[in-house]
Design a protein around this ligand. Structure first.
Ligand code: GTP
Ligand code: MG
Length: 149
């Protein structure tokens, strides 16, 4: 089992799809282990997006994600990093399949609703950036034996 960092971006909050996104992960069988709403400080966004520093969309990206509160979450379960990315859809919502979050709620890359860690190392790094260890709950899913064989 593994963990991933999923963030509902300011447009996801403004569009009123926070509950829907959380519901999709819950319904799939993943376990919510951390959740908070916050106005992300610039320094946090600079660390979070350090791989994109210098790209032409970097400054607009920081402005977009810093433009309002976001909902930061951590989800746990088997293959949650890969499956979570599939549930999000392609980076460009126009290329996302209907049924994915971006494919259902977005149109352009610069307003693509949600973020998800793209690898195990990114997930570890991002969870550590956004949450203190005591903000992540270890709890047992009572339905676990009906979700996993
Ligand atoms: P995240 O889950 O948000 O990290 O998306 P991703 O992994 O699918 O994409 P990537 O890490 O390459 O880019 C991070 C974010 O930067 C994207 O989700 C977009 O919000 C934004 N972004 C990436 N490429 C572009 C671009 O060409 N134009 C604009 N406007 N934004 C971009
Ligand atoms: Mg990314």
């Amino acid at each position: 089992s593994e963990r991933t960092f999923i963030m509902i971006k300011p447009d996801g909050v403004q569009r009123g799809v926070v509950g829907d996104i959380i519901r999709r992960f819950e319904q799939r069988g993943y376990k919510l282990v951390a959740l908070k709403m916050l106005q992300p400080p610039k320094a946090l966004l600079e660390s979070h997006y350090e791989e994109h520093k210098g790209k032409k969309f970097y400054e607009p990206l920081l402005e977009y994600i810093g433009s309002g509160p976001v909902v930061a979450t951590v989800w746990e379960g088997v293959n949650v990093i890969t499956v979570g990315r599939k549930m999000l859809g392609a980076t460009d919502p126009a290329k996302s399949e209907p049924g994915t979050i971006r494919g259902d709620f977005g149109i352009v890359t610069g307003r693509n609703i949600v973020h998800g860690s793209d690898s195990e190392s990114a997930a570890k790094r991002e969870i550590g950036l956004w949450f203190r260890p005591e903000e992540v709950s270890d709890w047992k899913h009572t339905a676990e034996k009906w979700i996993y064989e």
